[in-house]
Design a protein around this ligand. Structure first.
Ligand code: NAD
Length: 505
């Protein structure tokens, strides 16, 4: 039940257990182990459940003064947490994992209500968050530093040490999973963390804060500051924050990367995407149709890994027909959730209208789809006959829309894919090993799939794209994540007296 007592909010166990509208909360900051109102009074915005377009919470936006308060709380906490042995730090995550597993339905309903995605998709998100956490639990086994006798009697070893206070900024589309791309590595690495969740989905992070406290995380090691741009800019600027992880749109990722880097911080900023699927005539009909539709409609197309452009190579009419048929069967409200806001709906519909004006055929049209009144609905939409230069084929639409471009050859398909500035994901559908291999060697994207519509590298593989989909070096999850949130001390020791003199003596 979401409760509000004496000005403080506990998210507590979420009482919603169906799509029915439930609950109301105030989303404040969680700093140093307690709830805080913003120091200065600023915007208080409604958090809408996109299924109904009705408020389930109010979020109290913070600013630079709240970031300062969070850094003040996190700095001593980071010092003592960093002294805990890595195994003991990981034990807290083990306990968090047990809590999340026990409460998986409750957490999934919370995600579903604040984000809008349907319950099975919310549950898949929580399961993936748990998988990320499990990777974090395994870190003590992986993080044993290397040691080598580099010269007679001289040993070098590597020790992974915390950075101190670090920050993460996350988007609306995965309220629990994306924070969990960063937290396990950062916390096991011995840092204190300040999270700035999307102002559209502030509740899951607060529930996480409560559960981390229950799991035994010392106060001040995990903090949540609510708000928008002013909070993010203060996180980039604050000299007490050593690293910033960001996941969101490309325009903001670029800004956050530049601003954090200009202050000498580490930054890893994942941006938007325009993912291409290449379909060739020898592709398996059923597998391809099912996968393509799941990829562009899953989470209402609001995934950075979602299919957005289908490059139809040669005669694949039979596959396109099966894709249309499957997409048309999707029940909006049951199989497909709403998009995040009324503005997002208007943007997506604007792209469809624009493509139609340019002569594109809207062969499956989701513009008039609706489930509950007041919600932000767009049904599956397929745009056929797109040209590579059209807006619908170039921009990130971030809705359940597939733009189909017909091409005569695989080379032309690769040329179009490689000309787009993003580089998050790309897949090919084929039963030919040769074609699969050619695409995997030449496609300009960081996460690639063969007969997979959403080629997410599952743990322990690292998640991260290329080009305008990622600013900074490496992946945000997996081992790269641990390296990002830690620094390596190299220790060279000589204990034995030795006769041989080398340049190291
Ligand atoms: P967004 O860029 O609008 O917001 C992301 C975060 O940045 C939020 O916390 C928001 O409050 C903050 N923010 C927004 N505008 C800002 C500004 N001008 N200055 C500083 N901070 C600002 O993204 P969104 O709409 O929440 O999420 C959707 C986007 O995220 C899509 O582009 C999607 O592709 C991308 N995304 C990428 C990945 C990935 O792994 N590459 C994963 C998930 C989502």
């Amino acid at each position: 039940m979401i409760t509000k007592d004496a000005g403080a909010t506990r998210i507590g166990s979420f009482s919603g257990s169906s799509d029915a509208f439930a609950g109301f909360a105030d989303a404040r900051h969680w700093i140093g182990g307690s709830w805080h109102d913003p120091i200065s009074s600023r915007e208080v915005a409604e958090v809408l459940n996109p299924r109904f377009g009705r408020a389930i919470a109010r979020v109290h936006h913070g600013g630079a003064d709240d970031v300062e308060a969070a850094v003040q709380a996190a700095t001593p906490a980071a010092r003592s947490w960093g002294e805990w042995p890595v195994r003991e730090r990981a034990q807290v995550l083990y306990r968090l994992r047990e809590l999340m597993v026990a409460r998986i339905d409750e957490l999934s309903w919370l995600v579903s209500h604040e984000n809008g995605k349907i319950f099975p998709e919310a549950k898949a998100e929580v399961e993936k968050a748990i998988e990320c956490l499990e990777y974090g639990c395994s870190l003590p086994n992986l993080a044993a530093g290397n040691q080598l006798e580099v010269s007679r009697g001289v040993a070098c070893e590597v020790v992974y040490e915390p950075l101190g206070v670090v920050a993460g900024v996350t988007p609306f589309n995965f309220p629990l999973m994306v924070p969990m791309w960063m937290l396990p590595q950062a916390l096991v690495g011995g840092n204190a963390f300040i999270l700035k969740p999307s102002e559209r989905v502030p509740l899951s992070s607060l529930r996480l804060a409560e559960m981390l406290e229950e799991a035994g995380l010392p106060s001040g090691v995990f903090n949540v500051v609510q708000g928008g741009r002013p909070v993010v800019e203060a996180l980039c600027d604050h000299p007490g924050i050593k690293a910033v992880g960001f996941v969101g749109s490309t325009a903001v990722a670029k800004q956050v990367y530049a601003r954090s880097s200009s202050h000498g911080k580490r930054a890893l900023c994942l941006g938007g995407a325009k993912n291409h699927l290449i379909v060739v005539p020898d592709a398996d009909l059923e597998l391809t149709a099912e996968n393509v539709v799941a990829s562009f409609t899953g989470c209402a197309g609001q995934r950075c890994m979602a299919a957005s452009v289908l490059l139809a190579v040669g005669d694949v009419d039979h596959i396109l027909e099966a894709i249309r048929a499957r997409a048309a069967k999707i029940v909006v409200g049951k199989d497909l959730g709403p998009v995040t806001t009324a503005a997002a709906r208007a943007r997506i519909v604007g792209y469809i209208d624009g493509a139609e004006r340019d002569g594109v055929k809207v062969s499956v049209d989701g513009r008039s789809a609706s489930a509950e009144a007041g919600g932000f609905w767009v049904g599956p939409t397929i745009l056929e006959g797109c040209e590579p230069s059209m807006k619908a084929a170039c921009d990130e639409i971030f809705g359940p829309v597939l733009s189909v471009i017909r091409v005569p050859t695989l080379d032309r398909a690769l040329e179009i894919e490689n000309a787009n500035p993003y580089g998050n994901a790309s897949s090919v559908y084929t039963s030919s090993g040769d074609i699969a291999r050619r695409v995997m060697e030449r496609v300009d994207a960081g996460m690639c799939g063969v007969n997979i519509g959403v080629p997410v590298p599952r743990e322990p593989f690292g998640f991260g794209g290329w080009n305008d989909s990622c600013f900074g070096h490496g992946n945000i999850t997996g081992w790269d994540g641990y390296r990002f949130w830690t620094r390596q001390r190299k220790i060279t020791s000589k204990w034995a007296l030795q006769r041989d003199q080398t340049w190291m003596s």
